[in-house]
Each structure stands twice: as structure tokens, then as C-alpha cells.
Design a protein around this ligand. Sequence first.
Ligand code: UGA
Length: 438
Amino acid sequence: MAVKICVVGLGYLGSTHAVSMANLGHDVIGIDLDSAKVNLLNAGRVSFYEPGLESSLQESLSRGLVRFQTSFKMAETPDVVFVCVGTPESASHKSADTSHVFSAGESLTNVISRDTVVVGKSTVPVGTAALLRERMSAVAGLPVHLAWNPEFLREGTALEDSLNPDRIVIGSWDDYSSQKLKEVYKPILDRGTPLVEVDVPTAELVKVAANAFLATKVSFINAMAEVAEVSGADAVELAKAIGYDDRIGNKFLRNGIGFGGGCLPKDIRGFVARAEELGVGEAVSFLRDVDAINQRRRAWVVTLAEQELGELKDRKILMLGLSFKPETDDMRDSPALDIALRLARAGAKVTVHDPVALHALGDKHPELIGEQDLSAAAMDQELVILGTEWSEYKSIDPASFGDLVANKLIIDGRNVLDVASWQAAGWRLIALGRNVHN
Ligand code: UGA
């Protein structure tokens, strides 16, 4: 049965969630204070690159299942409100800034009824939900039904992840709220998707714990890469060998220039900050190392460039890829962008190419030379660095690409290039964590 749903906050998470709720047949209103975002969504467009999302949005709009607005005023009281606002890293570069969660909660107190279930989806420090429930109930003058339902979608496969999740986690204080959420997710649950019902603090923690584990896995293999680089071992083969053990698993073990994006880096820092507030900072202090290993990989690429080229001043370097991973134009904390900026700061003339993210660079980084055409970007370069593993880069023909550059030298920051064919075309290829004999 269709549920009347409201989604507050129409960023990556909220717009994907609104579209997937409409996809399940619910009646959805999306709210965001940003009128440009709202107008774009009502016109069937999304402000970021996410495969498949726009077409699904357009279908839901044409079926009249979703609409977007800036005001919290609604003709009918919603049954369920999902809070999907951002929780960015605070200015102190540590804890998550939850102010948008609380201001959304306050605005909602005027429009919800006793029967509405407010559901948090934003990634928050453990304990936020309890405080939100207390404050909302005080302002509304009635006990607010609040539940927590973390989202695990990945950019690039957001809609698919949201409609076909590995699991649904529901944290609630009362049966009524969890029943309502089960009604919302019925089509997904009926397919046999695992449901994990927990208390609210556990639901809040599940999200940060999952991201912390993923970040740790990436930094673990990058730590192995550091050891491999000085001992003549090969971290790619090592990952394959340990990954066959299903207790370890072979996913999220690709070594390279590390993790970025709007979630993993900020979530591990926020987690450390929250644990310290709770007096258990030591329990997660290893996450500082996870962060440090990740940062060291970026610095290592700059060191490699210096080792290969000597003085970086005025040397011509091409960065292939700007987004933090393929299939997105998101450059938040992108390792590729960060390395390009570090090289430019060292005086290099850095050209950047990306199949979709270049537009998002705008005029924010005048020290970088943006080039949309791959062949033009390659012209006369002395060093090429692969920073984002777009499929376009994997299919480059090393022979003809080699004719364009001044120096056939490439650092594969993501370990996706076929070493033998690049070497056969006369390239010196440096693969992170690998012992490839050039
Ligand atoms: C991450 C989580 O994977 C999602 O489950 C979660 O919902 C989301 O954060 C969030 O909190 O919203 P996302 O940021 O889209 O999703 O990106 P990931 O696919 O997790 O990749 C993160 C970074 O790790 C990328 O920069 C990627 O290049 C890097 N990575 C990933 C590696 O360097 N090696 C790997 O083996 C895997």
C-alpha cells in the first residue's frame, strides 16, 4: 500500500531516496531549502552525475508519484518523514556537524502529527537521535515517533544500492515506528532482503562502523603496499592470495592512492571525535592510522614524481581522473584532485582530465589546466598519473597514446592498467605497491 512519504534534504542521499521511494510506489514529497535544486528536480534533472537516477526520476514525475518543494507546508500530513540532510565535517576538521539534522527536526515539528514517524537516515554521531527525539518532542508538545534507518548506498550505483540493499537496518524505540518502516520497505523485504532490527544507538553506530571497516580495509592493503614497495613484493598478488580466504574476502582490497569522497574520510574522523567525547577514544584510535596511511599514499605519488622527474617546477604532468572514484562527478576529498593540487603547489604544470567531473571544477582551481579532450591533454606531457579508474582510461591504447606524450612515463595510481602491454609499447610504468620490472 502506498505510504505518504516526505524526504527532507535533497542531496545525494535524499534525492536518491525520494526517487527510490517513488519507485516502490509510494507518494513522495521532497523538501530542500535550495530552490535551484528543487526546480531542477521538478524538471526531471539531478544536479550531480549518477547513472540511471535521472531517468527513474523522470518516470516517477510523469507517474505523479514524486514532487519537490522548498516549503515544509504539505496539504496532507505525511505518514513517514525521512531526514536525509548532510552532516559535513565541522570546521574543526573533526566531529560531524549535525546542525542541519536539528534544524530539519525543528521545522518538522510544525507539520507532523502524533502518528507521523520521523526517520533519520543521515550519518550521525551515536547519541544524536536521542537528543533529536527529546528536542522535537519538547517543541511539538507530543511524543515524537523517531526511528533510525541508515543507508548504505554508494555513489555511482546509488539507485541500484537503494532498491536492492544487502540489508535493511531499522533502529527504533517503539513497535509502531518499526512496523511503519516495514510497510515502507515491504516490496524489498518481500524479496528476502535481510532485516536487522536494533535499538537506535546501534542503528546510528552501524553506519559509521561499516564505513570505518571499509576505510580500514583499504588502508590495510595500502599499508601492505608500503611494505611491498620496499621489499620487492607485490601487493596486488598479495590481495588476491589473502582474499581467497572468505573470512577476509577479496572486495575493497585494491591498493592505490586510497579512499576519498564525502563519506569515508569524514566518517572516520567524526567517529574518532565522538568516541573521544564518550571517553573511549583509545578504542578507535587506530582510525587515525587508517587516515594517516591514506594521506601517505597521496604524498607518496608526489615523491615518486620527484624521484622520476627531479625538480617539479615547470614539469608537465597529466592527471587522468578527478572524481574520487569512477561513475561520479564528486570530487570531495578526491585523492586524484588532491595529488594534482600538491603537484601544482610544487610548481608543476598540471593538466587534468576527467570524462564527467571537469565541469564541477569550475574556476575553483586556476592552478590546474582542465582539458576535456584526452589526446589534447596528453600532448607533450612528461609524466601521466592515473588517479581515477574510469573505463575510458583502462582502454587507452598505450602505443598511440605514447606518440602524443613527451616522455612515456606513467604512474598507475589504481592498479588497473595492463602492465605488459604498456611496457611492450615502451612505457615506464610504476604501479603502486607492485614490483613491476621496467
Ligand atoms: C561509501 C560506502 O561504500 C557506502 O556503503 C556508504 O553508504 C557511503 O560511503 C556513505 O556513507 O554514504 P562511497 O563514498 O560512494 O560509499 O564510495 P566507495 O565505493 O565506498 O569508495 C570509497 C573510496 O574508496 C573511493 O575513493 C575508492 O576509490 C576507494 N577504494 C575502494 C579503494 O581505494 N580501494 C578499494 O578496494 C575500494
